[in-house]
Design a protein around this ligand. Structure first.
Ligand SMILES: [Zn+2]
Length: 76
């Protein structure tokens, strides 16, 4: 039986480069309201987020940091 390994086409904004990575580079898989999302590491170790529905890859760190200013505004 063939080992049919899935390859993902990702774009790393840090490296400014496209990579083809295998399932071994995937950190986690999530189902969100925007569709399936995978957290994947580029070969240089950058954490990225890939949206399956749009096919876009974005920086996973950015998504987390945008939520903190809103919390501070609520507290004051
Ligand atoms: Zn990278």
């Amino acid at each position: 039986m063939l080992d049919d390994q899935v390859m993902y086409d990702i774009f790393c904004p840090h490296c400014n480069k496209r990579y083809l990575v295998g399932s071994g580079s995937i950190d986690s898989f999530h189902n969100t309201s925007e569709g399936p999302v995978v957290y994947v590491k580029c070969p240089q170790g950058h954490h990225l987020m890939r949206h399956f529905r749009s096919g876009q890859t974005s920086d996973a760190v950015d998504a987390n940091s945008t939520s903190s200013p809103a919390k501070e505004a609520l507290a004051s």
